[in-house]
Design a protein around this ligand. Structure first.
Ligand SMILES: O=C(O)CCC(=O)C(=O)O
Ligand SMILES: [Fe+2]
Length: 301
């Protein structure tokens, strides 16, 4: 595989790459190299994937005999990549046409694929969504990974309250769903119902992946409803005083929660190499309201 096309390698600086190769050539065992990366703050799945990618690439370029004293690292079976929603950002436009209005492009990143937009909803529309959601809020659940029916469970990692809107259930929801579909080139039918979350002080959603973990008991039931999740659009409905940003720990990225700002991110395979690990940071002061649209490969029902 050419160096530039392996997504694991994008997170590896040339210095780190050289260091990994030097360790291997000096006969340092893979677990020791891995431990050093963990000590330096890497998460295990990303460190393993980067280590494997660097060594595989090096072996392809050089003589395998050099690596005889390097214990083999188990090859992870990385799933195939699938098409994902995306925005028309070639040519670096400042605004994008969302159908019935223009939205502002704030930033875009390739890996993880993250795009920040402004103006998907007006402040009045954000307030209306909060008012519609308020009477229906309940403590948030997460997918119960042990349930073969794809059930939900209470989880200490997710101390928010939430509710789901049906697709198109109110004109403000229907218009937002049309805008999202227009911007991402992805059918409205492939979207799950919008979820609204409310976080009070200290509430958070610890880092997680939005895709369904392959191989868990719950996954096949979840996949039957429209395939994998391949992208997420988060929309901040208010502005907390402090805290409550969305973090991407493996990219060192934090998006500040600002009313009307949207963060889109995608993952073309259910794998950490997408660097799509993300979380809602604890609210420090004030409240946080956010709406989440999860996008599936196919029509969601
Ligand atoms: O609240 C946030 O910033 C993140 C929410 C989130 O990750 C989700 O709803 O999947
Ligand atoms: Fe999430």
């Amino acid at each position: 595989m050419p160096f530039s096309s392996n997504p694991h390698l994008a997170s590896v600086t040339p210095e780190l790459r050289q260091w990994i190769v030097d360790q291997a050539q000096a006969g340092v065992s893979a677990p020791k190299v891995l431990q050093a990366m963990l000590d330096a703050g890497w998460t295990e799945d990303v460190a393993l994937a980067a280590l494997e990618a660097v060594l595989t690439e090096h072996l392809q370029r050089n003589k395998p005999e050099q690596f005889e004293n390097m214990p083999a690292i188990a090859k992870s079976d990385e799933p195939e990549s699938v098409p994902v929603p995306d925005l028309a950002l070639s040519g670096s436009p400042s605004f994008l046409d969302a159908g019935d209005r223009n939205v502002k492009v704030v930033m875009h990143l390739k890996l993880p694929r993250v795009v920040v937009l402004e103006g998907l909803l007006t402040p009045q529309e954000c307030e209306l969504m909060i008012e519609l959601a308020k009477p229906r809020m309940q403590r948030s659940l997460t997918v119960d990974s042990q349930s073969e029916e794809g059930g939900d469970e209470l989880n200490d990692d997710r101390t928010s309250e939430g509710m789901f809107f049906e697709r198109g259930e109110h004109p403000v929801i229907a218009a937002l769903e049309q805008r999202i579909a227009h911007l991402l080139g992805w059918p409205v039918e492939n979207g799950e119902g919008l979820q609204v979350l409310h976080y009070g002080p200290k509430a958070e959603y610890k880092p997680h992946y939005d895709y369904f973990e392959p191989g868990l008991p719950s996954t096949s039931a979840l996949l039957r409803r429209g395939g994998q999740r391949v992208g997420t659009l988060l929309l901040y409905l208010n502005t907390p005083v402090s805290g409550g940003g969305t973090t991407f720990p493996n990219a060192g990225l934090e998006i500040a929660a600002q009313q009307g700002t949207a963060v889109f991110f995608s993952f073309d395979k259910p794998h950490p190499s997408t660097l799509s690990l993300h979380g809602g940071a604890p609210v420090v002061e004030g409240q946080k309201w956010v709406a989440t649209k999860w996008l599936r490969e196919r029509a969601f029902h």
